[in-house]
Design a protein around this ligand. Structure first.
Ligand SMILES: Nc1ncnc2c1ncn2[C@@H]1O[C@H](COP(=O)(O)OP(=O)(O)O)[C@@H](O)[C@H]1O
Ligand SMILES: [Mg+2]
Length: 238
């Protein structure tokens, strides 16, 4: 068995020395889509920010591509093969789609073409300013920009935020395509539980900073009633 791309080991993290995520263990393997679920405020975004080096590890360790990255700088972590689509998508609204994509590409135009192949809807709007795009187009652009870095691990925070369910239904299979084509791993934070479990191989559930459930997506989907009533807020009932 090959080593996981990402191993979070007994990791605690938080803000101002107050832990909001406590002693969690989580793994993502190559070619695997892993969902991180949990109600608002559970600590999902904080966990991703800590993997990216944007938030400090308080205890435990994060091993990325076989090396501990706790305490490493965000740009060094990103360069090692991690792409992170933040909750706010972090686009440059004044720049065009093409310019936003170029900021992601590491190896020139070939990377852009490859990234665009997953999101053909972006091709006719390459010269449009990112600020003028629809929410779905902006999310595609954020994901295409992340892909242009040829990541070994892609983390996507709340891909579906603000998008119509039909758009989300269209975007999720693209993640599977990316994983199958490139062998990358995906760590997906998602509030639409049933959609996430449709596309994910495995999932973890965070509740108030504690990891309370994990298993294959099929196992968790079979137990969705428990999953929802126990750990996810009423707003996640979709
Ligand atoms: N910058 C911050 N400073 C202090 N507390 C924060 C900050 N960001 C998030 N928190 C707190 O950390 C907890 C986890 O938040 P977050 O990781 O954003 O949850 P989720 O992404 O699961 O909704 C929440 O209680 C939230 O209020
Ligand atoms: Mg969040």
């Amino acid at each position: 068995m090959t080593a996981p791309l990402l191993e979070i080991r007994g990791m605690s993290t938080g803000y101002n020395d107050v832990p909001v995520v406590r002693g969690i263990d989580l793994e993502v393997g190559a070619g695997e889509i892993v969902a991180l679920l949990g109600a608002n405020g559970a600590g999902k975004t904080t966990t991703l920010l800590t993997v990216s080096g944007l938030n400090p590890v308080m205890s435990g360790d994060i091993v990325l591509f076989g090396r501990s990255v706790a305490g490493n700088r965000p740009h060094a972590i990103a360069r090692s093969g991690l792409a992170h689509v933040l909750e706010d998508r972090s686009l440059f609204f004044q720049l065009t789609v093409r310019e936003n994509l170029r900021l992601g590409a590491v190896g020139g135009a070939g990377d852009l073409d490859q990234a665009l192949a997953y999101f053909p809807a972006l091709t006719p709007i390459l010269d449009r300013r990112a600020g003028l795009l629809s929410g779905g187009e902006q999310q595609m652009l954020a994901m295409a920009r992340a892909l242009a870095t040829k990541p070994k691990l892609l983390m996507v925070d709340e891909m579906s935020l603000g998008l119509a369910p039909i758009i989300v239904e269209r975007l999720l299979p693209v993640l599977r395509q990316i994983v199958d084509d490139t062998g990358a791993g995906v760590l997906l934070v998602e509030q639409h539980v049933h959609l996430a479990l449709e596309v994910a191989d495995r999932a973890y559930v965070l509740s108030h900073g504690d990891l309370v459930m994990s298993g294959t997506a099929a196992e968790l989907a079979a137990d969705q009633h428990l999953l929802r009533s126990s750990y996810l807020g009423a707003t996640e009932l979709d």
